[in-house]
Every structure is written in structure tokens, then in C-alpha cells.
Design a protein around this ligand. Structure first.
Ligand SMILES: Cc1cc2nc3c(=O)[nH]c(=O)nc-3n(C[C@H](O)[C@H](O)[C@H](O)COP(=O)(O)OP(=O)(O)OC[C@H]3O[C@@H](n4cnc5c(N)ncnc54)[C@H](O)[C@@H]3O)c2cc1C
Length: 331
């Protein structure tokens, strides 16, 4: 299939689903026949006293550019605190420790909530990550100040730099535009990724909440969901019935410094199991997952329809029926 693409580099501020048009921040209008709602996710604001002033998010390149000079200006031995021990928190913490800084990772409960306990124990070994991990119920940052953070159990930690990686937030464009979203703000869709309100709006990536049971925010899901969203649009244009999603997972890679990492394996429904690999090979797997993503996108652009996802979760629909007793029929 051939066609032309008009690229508009701008921020969408509103979707008018009645008129089928998007309002860009710089003004004007962009009309559509079908809209793919794929604005992704970003850092949620640190919602604790002092968080907005004294804690730095690190999910986007803009945030990293703000953080970098702060870290560079701090003395080499200045203590760094990470609030949040998901994969992003672990990866940043280990890299900072590798750079020679004393690092404390405040887990908010448990290190790497996704990880199987056996794999978590292996990742958490201080000799492996070089980071001091605080976990348990009180290990939550409740306030940030310039040179300290306060924890839920009342402890005070002197800090030079506090990095915030607790949860990801999503844009509120769906709800502001009158489209139904889940409690997090992800667009509610059926299993073809079509909005429950409007069959001209199709979601993909981190912002899709098919049947209110979204997949984990990840490139692993976003890539096949993106391809599926495109197939849904093509099917609708052709007057065919769009296919239902069958996106499954294989696990998760976490890098532990520049050279090594852990690959946590999982069932296709994204439940972590007791198996993992470690060492340099896993570091390489992580690295190649980034380069692989770009190669896939480039290959797909050259050969449309080439991309396909091998890890299919054929049991998703069965689980959905069991979970809420109602099949989420495609529109
Ligand atoms: C630091 C970091 C590391 C990660 N590492 C991994 C990993 O190792 N493995 C993994 O599986 N996942 C990882 N993820 C998650 C993964 O990157 C996301 O799940 C994935 O990129 C989501 O894809 P998406 O297409 O939904 O959104 P995105 O890739 O976030 O793309 C959304 C795009 O929409 C644009 N946008 C947003 N709002 C608007 C607007 N109003 N108007 C116009 N454009 C807008 C954004 O600028 C962006 O270009 C990581 C995420 C982060 C932040």
C-alpha cells in the first residue's frame, strides 16, 4: 500500500471526536478519518511535599537534561537517593553507583515489584548492584528537602540529589476530549483497540486499556499494539472485521550497569516465573532490545506488513471472560 504522510510536529491539545479533528498547540486544525491515540506515558509528578522543587524525574530526555547538570555539579561522593525501585529506578541507581556515588534506593515496599522473589533476591545482592536498598512498609519517601528526604517511618536521609522514578503518568487528553478512560487515564477500548465511544479512535501503546485490562506499559507491548492498531484501521477502511489482540510477553530485561543485566522470564500472560539469566549476555540482550526496536521500525517502514510479534497470548480472552463474566465484543 502506498500513500503520503504529512508530518506535523506539535502538541495535540484537544480532540474533537464529533468533528473528527485534533487541535495542535500552535493553532489550526488537523482533520482525520481515523485517529490513533498513542501519546504514551511520562513521569508522574512527585506528589509529596517538596517533591516538585527538590526531586528530579528521569523518564524523558528533557527530564534527564535537567537532571544531568545537577548530578555533575554535586561532589563525586555526594549521596544520591532514588525514590522508586521499579526497573527505571534500579537501572539509574546501579549506573550512579557504578560511577562511584553512594546510592540509596528507597523501594516503596519491594525492589522490582515485577520480579519473581527468587530473581529479586539475586538482583538485590549488594555485591551485584552496589546500592543500598531500603524496603518494607516504611521505605517510602514522604517529603523531599534540598539536602534530605523523609521516609514513611520517620527516618531522615541526608541527600545531595533525589531522583524520582515511582510511577508513570499518562496525558488526560482522552477524558478532556469526552472519551472514556480507565482510572489511570488510558483510553478504554475493546479487544480490537477501538475506543468504546467512537470507532474512529483506535488506541495503541501505553495509553490503550483494552477491556479495562491493559497490558504492562512497555516497548514489548507497545510495538505489537502499534502494529495491531494500524491493522484495525486498515480492516475498518476495507469494511472487514478487525482482529482481536493476542499480545503476549516473554519477560523483562533490566540492565545492571553498563555491562551486565538480568533477563527475568515470564509466562505469556506476563507473570514472572523463577527463571532468569544474568551476566554480560543479559546486558547484551538489553542493549540489543534498544537497537532491535529501531531496526524493526526501519524495516517495517521499508516493507510495510513485515513486522509480526511471535509471543501470542491466546488465553487472554478466556481469562477476560472468567474475570468479569462478560466478553468484550469488538465493535
Ligand atoms: C527511561 C525509560 C526506559 C524504558 N525502558 C524500557 C525497556 O527497557 N523495555 C520496555 O519494554 N519498555 C521500556 N520503557 C517503556 C517504553 O518506553 C514505553 O512503554 C513505550 O515507549 C510506550 O510506547 P508508546 O508508543 O505508547 O509511547 P511513547 O513511546 O512514549 O511515544 C509517545 C509519543 O507521543 C508524543 N506525545 C505525547 N503527548 C503528545 C501530545 N499531546 N501531542 C502530540 N504528541 C504527544 C510523545 O512526545 C512521544 O513522542 C521505558 C520507558 C522509559 C521512560
Amino acid at each position: 500500500m502506498t500513500g503520503s504522510v504529512r508530518l506535523v510536529v506539535d502538541t495535540a491539545t484537544r480532540i474533537d471526536v464529533g468533528e473528527r479533528r485534533v487541535t495542535p498547540a500552535s493553532g489550526g486544525m488537523a482533520g482525520y478519518d481515523y485517529l490513533i491515540y498513542a501519546f504514551g506515558s511520562g513521569s508522574a509528578r512527585p506528589g509529596v511535599p517538596g517533591g516538585a522543587d527538590f526531586a528530579y524525574s528521569a523518564a524523558t530526555s528533557e527530564e534527564v537534561q535537567r537532571l544531568r547538570p545537577v548530578l555533575e555539579a554535586a561532589p563525586a561522593t555526594a549521596p544520591v537517593t532514588l525514590a522508586g525501585a521499579g526497573m527505571l529506578g534500579i537501572e539509574i541507581a546501579v549506573e550512579q553507583a557504578e560511577a562511584g556515588r553512594p546510592v540509596t534506593l528507597v523501594s516503596g515496599g519491594v525492589l522490582g515489584p515485577y520480579l519473581h522473589p527468587r530473581v529479586r533476591r539475586s538482583v538485590a545482592r549488594p555485591a551485584r548492584i552496589g546500592v543500598s536498598v531500603l524496603d518494607g512498609p516504611g521505605a517510602t519517601v514522604t517529603a523531599a528537602r534540598r539536602y534530605a528526604v523523609t521516609l514513611g517511618d520517620g527516618r531522615e536521609l541526608p541527600r545531595a540529589v533525589t531522583i524520582w522514578t515511582t510511577v508513570f503518568g499518562v496525558p488526560d487528553l482522552a477524558t478532556r476530549s469526552g472519551l472514556s478512560a480507565d482510572a489511570t487515564g488510558r483510553l478504554l477500548t475493546d479487544e480490537t483497540l477501538t475506543s468504546v465511544d467512537d470507532e474512529r479512535v483506535i488506541a495503541a501503546g501505553d495509553l490503550a486499556a483494552p477491556s479495562s485490562v491493559p497490558l504492562r506499559m512497555s516497548c514489548q507491548a507497545a510495538n505489537p499494539l502499534g502494529a495491531h492498531a494500524a491493522d484495525t484501521v486498515l480492516a475498518r477502511i476495507a469494511g472487514d472485521r478487525p482482529a482481536l489482540i493476542e499480545v503476549g510477553f516473554f519477560g523483562l530485561c533490566v540492565s545492571l550497569g553498563q555491562r551486565t543485566g538480568t533477563v527475568q522470564l515470564a509466562a505469556k500472560d506476563d507473570t514472572a516465573n523463577r527463571f532468569s539469566t544474568g551476566g554480560r549476555l543479559s546486558g547484551k540482550v538489553k542493549e540489543s532490545s534498544y537497537t532491535g526496536l529501531l531496526e524493526h521500525l526501519a524495516h517495517e517502514a521499508r516493507t510495510p506488513g513485515w513486522y509480526s510479534w511471535k509471543f501470542k497470548d491466546f488465553r487472554r480472552r478466556q481469562r477476560l471472560r472468567t474475570e468479569d463474566g462478560a466478553a468484550h465484543a469488538p465493535r
